[in-house]
Design a protein around this ligand. Structure first.
Ligand SMILES: Cc1cc2nc3c(=O)[nH]c(=O)nc-3n(C[C@H](O)[C@H](O)[C@H](O)COP(=O)(O)OP(=O)(O)OC[C@H]3O[C@@H](n4cnc5c(N)ncnc54)[C@H](O)[C@@H]3O)c2cc1C
Length: 404
C-alpha cells in the first residue's frame, strides 16, 4: 500500500509540468477554433500521440502509480487546456478501461492497440452503455446480446445514446443484456471490432459544451461479433450469471465499483475547467479598474475569488483521496468515489458561473474563454452519473438502506 501524501513526488511533478506544457502550448491556443468548428480535433490527437500523451503506454504508466494520483493530475492539466479537446484525447480511455477491467489478458493485447491506432493514423474508441430509455437506470437496458452456438458469435441488437466518439470510433465497446430478468447483473460488455456490419451512428449531436468532442447515438442492427469479443469470456459470464440467478449480488457490486473507480478521474477533468476559469477571473479582477481601483479591491470580488480557490482545493482533496483509495483497494464505505465527482462537478459549475460574473459583460462574450468554460462545466453534473445519482450512491453507502 502506498502512503498517502500531498507532497507530489518527482515523477508526478514532471508529469504535471509536461501535460501542463502540452495543454498551454498546443491545446488552449486551439480551443476556441475547435469549439466553433464542432469537430474532432484530429491534428491535436495526432500531436498528443506523437509526444506520448495518447496511447496505452501513457495510460498504463499512470495506472501503475501506486498512489493513484497520476491520472487525476494529468487529467486536471489537460482539461485546464480545454475540456472538448481533452475529452477527444482522453475519451478513448473509457473504452480501454472497460477492456482492461473486464477483459482477459489476450483481449487486452488484441483490442487495446486498435483503440488508439498508431501515431501516423490515430484512432479513437467509444464506450456505449447509455440508451434512450436507460440513462441513470442502467438496469433497464434493452439492448440484447444473444449467443449463436452454431457460429460461436454474439448477435447484438439495440440502440445506444450519447456515445462519446460513437460512429467515428474504430473499436466500440458496447454493453448489452444477456439475461434481462437479472437486470444489471445480466449484462455483459462486448468489443465491436472496426468496420463490423450493422453498427451505425447518427450524425454528431449538437451540444451546449464539449463541442470539440464527438457525441452520437449508435444503432446495433444484427451486429455479429466473434465469441472472443465477449469481454472476460463465456465461461466467466456463465459463472457470473449462475451466481446472479441464485441471488448472489457480487457481480452487480463489481460493476458499481468500476463506476466508483472511474469517477475521481472525471472529477479531475472538472477541476481543470474550474481552475482555468478561476485563474482567468483572478487576473482579470486585478487588471479591471472601476471606481478608480482594480475591482479585486472590493471585498465582494476578492471574497468570491477566495471562495472559488477554496472550493477547487477542497474538491481536489476529495478527488485525490478517492483516487488513492481506489488504487490501494480501500473500500468506498461512504461513496467516496461519488463524493469526489459530485463535488468537483458542482464546483466547476459554480466557479465558471462566478468567473463569467466577475468579467461582467466581457464574460458573456466569445472574446474571452470563460463563456466556453461555463458551457463546458455543465456536463460534469450530468455524465458518468448525474449529481442526483452520486447523492443516491452516497446516501445508500452511509445508511445501508435502499434510498430511492
Ligand atoms: C456529452 C455527453 C457525453 C456522453 N458520453 C457517454 C459515453 O461515452 N457513453 C455512455 O454510455 N454514455 C454517455 N453519456 C450519457 C450520460 O452518461 C447520461 O446522459 C447520464 O448518465 C444521464 O442519463 P440520462 O441522460 O438518460 O438522464 P436521466 O437518467 O433520464 O435523468 C434525468 C434527470 O432525472 C434525474 N434522476 C433520474 N433518476 C433519479 C433518481 N432515482 N433519483 C433522483 N433523480 C433521478 C437525473 O439525475 C437527471 O437530473 C454522455 C452524455 C453526454 C451529454
Amino acid at each position: 500500500m502506498a502512503e498517502f501524501s500531498l507532497d507530489l513526488n518527482e515523477e508526478q511533478r514532471d508529469l504535471r509540468d509536461w501535460v501542463h506544457g502540452f495543454a498551454a502550448e498546443v491545446v488552449r491556443p486551439a480551443a476556441a477554433e475547435w469549439d466553433a468548428r464542432e469537430e474532432t480535433p484530429w491534428p491535436i490527437i495526432q500531436e498528443a500521440a506523437k509526444v506520448g500523451l495518447y496511447g496505452f503506454e501513457f495510460l498504463a504508466t499512470c495506472w501503475a502509480d501506486p498512489t493513484g494520483l497520476s491520472l487525476p493530475i494529468a487529467s486536471e492539466e489537460l482539461f485546464w487546456g480545454d475540456a472538448g479537446i481533452g475529452l477527444s484525447i482522453f475519451g478513448t480511455s473509457l473504452a480501454v478501461a472497460a477492456i482492461y477491467g473486464a477483459g482477459t489478458p489476450d483481449q487486452l493485447v488484441e483490442w487495446v492497440p486498435q483503440c488508439f491506432g498508431d501515431v501516423d493514423q490515430p484512432a479513437v474508441a467509444a464506450f456505449c452503455t447509455t440508451e434512450p430509455e436507460a440513462g441513470s437506470d442502467v438496469g433497464s437496458m434493452r439492448s440484447r446480446a444473444v449467443y449463436d452456438e452454431a457460429t460461436d458469435e454474439w448477435v447484438l441488437n439495440g440502440q445506444k445514446a450519447y456515445a462519446t466518439n460513437g460512429g467515428i470510433a474504430g473499436v466500440h465497446v458496447v454493453t448489452a443484456s444477456v439475461e434481462p430478468d437479472l437486470g444489471s447483473r445480466g449484462q455483459a460488455a462486448f468489443v465491436v471490432p472496426p468496420g463490423t456490419p450493422g453498427l451505425t451512428a447518427t450524425r454528431k449531436l449538437r451540444k451546449l459544451g464539449l463541442r470539440a468532442s464527438h457525441t452520437a447515438d449508435v444503432f446495433l442492427d444484427d451486429v455479429r461479433v466473434p465469441g472472443r469479443c465477449l469481454l472476460g469470456g463465456k465461461e466467466a459470464l456463465d459463472e457470473r450469471l449462475a451466481r446472479a440467478r441464485t441471488g448472489q449480488r457480487a457481480s452487480g457490486q463489481a460493476a458499481m465499483r468500476t463506476f466508483e473507480l472511474s469517477r475521481p478521474t472525471v472529477g479531475a477533468q472538472a477541476l481543470g475547467v474550474a481552475r482555468a476559469a478561476y485563474e482567468y477571473a483572478l487576473d482579470y479582477a486585478k487588471e479591471r479598474v472601476q471606481f478608480g481601483r482594480p475591482i479585486i479591491e472590493n471585498q465582494a470580488v476578492a471574497f468570491a475569488l477566495a471562495d472559488m480557490k477554496m472550493e477547487i482545493d477542497a474538491a481536489r482533496l476529495l478527488v485525490w483521496r478517492a483516487s488513492w483509495m481506489g488504487r490501494n483497494n480501500r473500500p468506498f464505505t461512504a461513496g467516496e468515489g461519488s463524493m469526489s465527482k459530485l463535488k468537483a462537478g458542482e464546483v466547476a459549475v459554480s466557479v465558471t458561473d462566478r468567473a463569467v460574473q466577475l468579467l461582467g459583460g466581457a464574460g458573456f462574450l466569445r472574446d474571452h474563454p470563460v463563456e466556453r468554460w461555463y458551457r463546458d462545466a455543465k456536463i460534469y453534473t450530468i455524465f458518468e452519473g448525474t449529481s442526483e445519482i452520486q447523492r443516491l450512491v452516497i446516501s445508500r453507502a452511509i445508511s445501508g438502506m435502499q434510498i430511492r
